[in-house]
Ligand binder design. Structure first.
Ligand SMILES: Cc1cn([C@H]2C[C@H](O)[C@@H](COP(=O)(O)OP(=O)(O)O[C@H]3O[C@@H](C)C(=O)[C@@H](O)[C@H]3O)O2)c(=O)[nH]c1=O
Length: 188
């Protein structure tokens, strides 16, 4: 596997080793020891799987507060997404900045989203399935969000009129969001 640091410190772009043959392919989509050797030492406790039926479904921007803050390891097994992370860490040189990545069933890439980031994605194809591991369980009382279209973020989404959940239509802007993340110098 290859792991590359993203522009935003702590975010990692992962290229698994894929073995292709006449039957199709095989890959280790996760291996605790190998990922730890590559600097991804989270202990994952929950696996999530979502299907979005149409292109232009946007889920986000989501995070959980401490003590239920989550590291996420994201991949796509059908279709494709534009995956977006936003730095929410107080004291970070890149606070409020976003970065995006295309994850697809075809490219088999994974994205490591550390604690301290809001996460969201927009589907680029119908019937897109996203799988992600998290290192803290879901906690509705700690769940928070930021408006996907906050002008202060000005994220370059692939659609202007996405399909949203009711919850995602009323999240506040970054300036009004409740945050409890602090940037640590060693977060590379
Ligand atoms: C996230 C989550 C939701 N649920 C339930 C709550 C709700 O009834 C239903 C759908 O939840 P949501 O609308 O929050 O699902 P969704 O909008 O897909 O939320 C997800 O979005 C992406 C971008 C993330 O980063 C995830 O962490 C998560 O927040 O599933 C769980 O039971 N466990 C979970 O871990």
């Amino acid at each position: 596997m290859k792991v590359q640091p993203a522009r935003l410190a702590g975010v990692k772009w992962i290229e698994p080793t894929v073995f292709e043959d006449h039957r199709g392919f095989f890959m280790e989509s996760y291996n605790a020891a190998e990922y730890a050797r590559n600097g991804i030492a989270a202990t994952f406790v929950q696996d999530n799987h979502s299907l979005s039926a149409e292109a232009g479904v946007l889920r986000g921007l989501h995070y959980q507060l401490h003590p239920k803050a989550q590291t996420k390891l994201v991949r796509v097994v059908a279709g494709s997404i534009l995956d977006v992370v936003v730095d929410l860490r107080s004291g970070s040189p890149t606070f409020g900045q976003w970065e995006s990545f295309v994850l697809s069933a075809a490219n088999k890439r994974q994205l490591l989203v550390p604690v301290g980031f809001a996460h969201g994605f927009c589907t680029l194809e119908a019937n897109t399935e996203v799988l992600y591991k998290v290192d803290e369980v879901y906690s509705p009382t700690h769940e928070r969000g930021i408006a996907w279209n906050d002008p202060a973020l000005s994220i370059d989404w692939p659609v202007t009129n996405p399909t949203l959940s009711a919850k995602d239509q009323i999240y506040p802007s970054l300036s009004d969001a409740e945050l409890d993340f602090v940037y640590q110098e060693d977060e590379r």
